[in-house]
Design a binder for this molecule. Sequence first.
Ligand SMILES: Cc1cc2nc3c(=O)[nH]c(=O)nc-3n(C[C@H](O)[C@H](O)[C@H](O)COP(=O)(O)OP(=O)(O)OC[C@H]3O[C@@H](n4cnc5c(N)ncnc54)[C@H](O)[C@@H]3O)c2cc1C
Length: 443
Amino acid sequence: MLGLFVLDANILAIAGPRRRNLLFRHLRALDVGLKARGGGLLVRTGDPVLVLKSVVRESCATSVHADADVSAYARRRDRRVRAALEPEVDVDLHWGCHVHRPGSVTSRSTGQTHLVFTPYHRAWSTAVRNDWPEPVDIEVLDPGRDDVPDSEDIPVPAISPADRFGPGGEEAADARLLDWLDHVDTYDLTHDLPADHSGTSHLSADLHFGTLSPRHVVDVVGTATAGRAAFVRQLAWRDWYASLFLERPDLVDTAMRADLDGVTWRSDPVGVDAWVAGLTGFPIVDAGMRELAATGWMHNRVRMITASFLVKDLLVDWRIGERHFRRELVDADVAQNAGNWQWVAGTGPDAAPYFRVLNPVTQSRRFDPDATYITKWVPELAALPAADRHAPWEAGPLELAAAGVLLGDPLVDDSVTYPTRIVDHAAARERAIAAYSAARAAI
Ligand SMILES: Cc1cc2nc3c(=O)[nH]c(=O)nc-3n(C[C@H](O)[C@H](O)[C@H](O)COP(=O)(O)OP(=O)(O)OC[C@H]3O[C@@H](n4cnc5c(N)ncnc54)[C@H](O)[C@@H]3O)c2cc1C
C-alpha cells in the first residue's frame, strides 16, 4: 500500500492559512505514522486526475482507495478519476467521515433525505450502519522522498489558547476526544455559552479532516446522559447536511426554498468590511468575528449571531458570508457551512423562519450574561459595567468616560476607542422582513 495525498491548488487557494496549516500538520503526523510502519506518505501537488494517473503507472497499482465527499467539486473530480483509471484500475470510494453513509438514511415516504431534521434524527439513531472493510495486514511502501509541506508560523494572540487544535494526527485527536469525555456530560447545559471553553468539544476540525471518525466518537461517547445524547445529536446534523448536499449539491449557492431565492440583497462593502474586521459596534458580533480572525474557530451560538447580523441586519447575501467563513474556519466544510448559512438565512431546509431575526443584544445578554466572552475579544470595553458591555450606546456619557470608552467612527477619528453601531437593529429587522416578504410575494 502506498499512502498518497494530492494537494489540489483549487482547494488550497480557497483555504485560509490556518486551515492549510492544520492540514499540513495532519499530513506530517500521517507521514510519521506511516514511517513507523516502514513506509511514508507520498505528497504530490497538481490536478488529482493527472497525479493519480502517473502514480498508478509508476507504482503499478491495481486499485485506488479514497475518502468520498459530497461537494459538487469533489464529486466531479472523483468522476474524472474513475473515467481516467477504470476499468484497468479499481476506484473504491469510502465514506469514512460520516456515521451513516450520506444518502443511506431516507424518509420512507419519499425515499429521499428527510427535509426536516427531527424525523431524520429519529431514523438516523436507529439505522443500521454500513459495513466497514475488515482490517488486513498490508505492507506500507516508502515513497523514498519527503514532500510534506511545512506549516507556517502564524502568530496567535495571547488571549486565545496557544493553539486550540494542537498537534496534528490521529493520536492527538484521540487525546482531544478523551479530554472531552471529562466535560460531555454537561454539554446540554453548556453548549450555548461561548465563554465556557469546555462547553463544547472543539472536535469539528478533527471530524472534518478525518483524524477522528464520527462513528468512533459516537461509540465512545454513547447516549447514557442528557449531555451525551445532546452531543451525539449534533453529529446527526453533520450527516443530515451531507446527505442533503449529496442530493442537492447546488445548495452551496442556491436557496433551497425557491420562494426565498429572489431576496433583493444590499450591496454594502463598508458594512461587510466592518463585519469581517469585528468593528460593527455590536460587541457580541465583533467578539465572534475577532475570534474567527485570530483562531480560525468560532463558537456555534456566535456563528449564528454573526451570520444573522450579516444576513438580516445588513441584508447582505448569505453567500458572501458563507465564502468568508469557508476561507477562515479551520473546520470549514462545504456542506456544513452552506447548510448552516442557509439555516440562519431562513432559506434552507428546516431553517429558522425568515421572519425570526436574532437580536444581537438580547442574544448577548442571554448567552454571555457576565460579558466574559465579549471582554476577552473586545477588551476596549472591559472597564464598562458588565451590563453595558452588551450595548455600549446605552451607557451614559459619565460611565463611558469613566471607562475610557469613546464611541464614534474609528476610520475618521483616531481618538475613538470603539465604533458606534453601524445599524439600528429594530429598523434593520423591519427592512429584512420587508425584503424577504417582497421576495415571497413576487413568486
Ligand atoms: C453560520 C454557520 C457556519 C458553520 N460552518 C460550519 C463548518 O464549516 N463546518 C462545521 O463543521 N460546522 C459548521 N457549523 C456548525 C457548528 O457551528 C460547528 O460544527 C461547531 O461550532 C464546532 O464546534 P465544536 O466541535 O465545539 O462543536 P460541538 O458543539 O462540540 O458539536 C459536536 C460536533 O457536532 C457537529 N455539529 C455541531 N453543530 C452542528 C451544526 N449546526 N451543523 C452541523 N454539524 C454540527 C460538529 O461536527 C461538531 O464538532 C456552522 C454553524 C453556523 C451557524
